[in-house]
Design a binder for this molecule. Sequence first.
Ligand SMILES: Nc1nc2c(ncn2[C@@H]2O[C@H](COP(=O)(O)OP(=O)(O)O)[C@@H](O)[C@H]2O)c(=O)[nH]1
Ligand SMILES: [Mg+2]
Ligand SMILES: [Zn+2]
Length: 311
Amino acid sequence: MIKGTVLKGVGGLYTVRLDSEYSGNKEINLRARGAFRHEKLVLLTGDRVEVEPQNDGSFFCKSILERKNSLIRPPLANLDIIFVVIPCKKPMPSFEIIDKMIAIAEHNKIEPVILITKSDLEKDFANDMYKIYRHSGFDVFITSSEQGEGIDHVREYLKKRTKSNAPICAFAGVSGAGKSTLMNAIFPSLSLETGDLSHKIERGKNTTRHTELFSLSQLLGSEYNGYLADTPGFSLLDFERFDFFSLDDLIYTFRELKDSVGKCKYTKCSHTKEEGCDVIARVKSGEIEKTRHQSYVSLYDILKKKPSWKK
Ligand SMILES: Nc1nc2c(ncn2[C@@H]2O[C@H](COP(=O)(O)OP(=O)(O)O)[C@@H](O)[C@H]2O)c(=O)[nH]1
Ligand SMILES: [Mg+2]
Ligand SMILES: [Zn+2]
């Protein structure tokens, strides 16, 4: 059986990188068709598939292997590491959006790594963010594609993470965060399209239209494995409507909060305002960052309002 990974899909035509060469080819194209289409299965970038060569030389997708996870935004399957790209300015980030992205990643067993961009625009804010997320238990990088800050660190980090594993990694964040520019700075051979935010809206064009995986053995060298994706930025409105998980799961998506489970005065503690709450005590002592707890409370309120049939 020939297996491979879906690198991209544009207009129903998918590019698959095979695990080993077939007839001298490592990459093939295929269309989702026949029986496959009737099952209403939609291939996602990152999917692991079994393919079969046809008599006419084309390929047929036999099955999609079980997914570790799948996201709607960015539209990707089997993600292992998500680089949450946060600009210091232009557009100004909100902690709630950042922590929501992190929570969604954690819930889907995707490791969030924080990439602060455009540090040339707002150095103090970059440092504050760095402290908050390091203290909360994440790997964090401060970068400026403009000034070259942090670029080598991120490249080295990718090498470290892909030497003995083959993770699927993606850069994700709001439109205009500097994702494509940063990927170009790390890997000049990529030359991804980048653009000014206001410019994009004016022309109604989104510079990164689809999600494509790039092979890290091609970008970093043959001793490295896995894939890296640039993703189309989402607008904040898209993200507001984002439907994710239930109230009971929430605490487990905040890695530094979940140690408090079972330690509060009330067993049904919501960790938002109760007396005798271990989370609140740890916020007061400075062990938990205030902004992280504030995001937890906002997400708690959103999830509480969610109709029960959606839970
Ligand atoms: N000042 C500054 N601007 C940046 C930096 N990185 C990206 N930009 C600008 O931010 C805008 C959006 O960048 P882009 O990479 O297309 O963002 P994406 O939508 O996240 O892929 C572009 O006008 C870039 O020139 C940076 O490090 N510093
Ligand atoms: Mg882009
Ligand atoms: Zn509590």
